[in-house]
Ligand binder design. Sequence first.
Ligand SMILES: CCc1ncnc2c1ncn2[C@@H]1O[C@H](/C=C/CNC(=O)c2cc(-c3ccc(F)cc3)cc(O)c2O)[C@@H](O)[C@H]1O
Ligand SMILES: [Mg+2]
Length: 214
Amino acid sequence: TGSSRPQRMLKAVQKNATKGDPKSVISAIDSYCRHKEWAMNVGDDKGLILDSVLTEVNPSTALELGTYCGYSSVRIARLLSPDSKLITIEFNPAFAIIARQIIAYAGLQDKVTLVEGASGDLIPKMKEQFGIKSFDFVFLDHWKDRYVPDTKLLEDCGLLKKGTVLLADNVICPGAPEYLQYVRNNPRYESRYYPSNLEYTKVEDGLEKSVFLG
Ligand SMILES: CCc1ncnc2c1ncn2[C@@H]1O[C@H](/C=C/CNC(=O)c2cc(-c3ccc(F)cc3)cc(O)c2O)[C@@H](O)[C@H]1O
Ligand SMILES: [Mg+2]
């Protein structure tokens, strides 16, 4: 049997990136996905918006929903301050195993905790299992119909505090209409849309940034 797309992405990193150099890992993946084989990473265009929001927030604890191959885990973790941490949740073991290797290749394994499982099961365990009081930053990039239930779950578990920033990928393509409705018409959030394009294409997409007001 042949290799999978995530396995080919890992090979491209091992071939073209420099071990311990997150920037080279990011460009190796972007180049592979732009010129060889498209994959659902947040990508370089939306990645610049992710970088600027992260730099502004400078989170101590960040959460990512939907690791996939670890591209955005690397983008996020490379910008975290020394003692800051990223927890990333992924329920597909085949993707998780690739992501762990890509995160390690970038030399970011000490800043990233990849937890295998469904977000709905793991979010309620964040406080007790990982000693998390609340998250400063959440990147939503998993199944689009899970954005609303998981946001509500984060609220209910007391994992959001005044000022927590939620950043959601794909609010236009594939789209997360219920999520946009939820955060834009909710007095507890201050939302703003960042227009961009679907990774590696000219198709319109963008990120929605929502600040929890407490
Ligand atoms: C159960 C909760 C739960 N718990 C834990 N892990 C979960 C999870 N639900 C999902 N995962 C994992 O997250 C990743 C899925 C991500 C889903 N992302 C898109 O579907 C997407 C699509 C396009 C696009 C595709 C085709 C097009 F034509 C256009 C656009 C572009 C994008 O940027 C996209 O993010 C996988 O690793 C899942 O294993
Ligand atoms: Mg996405």
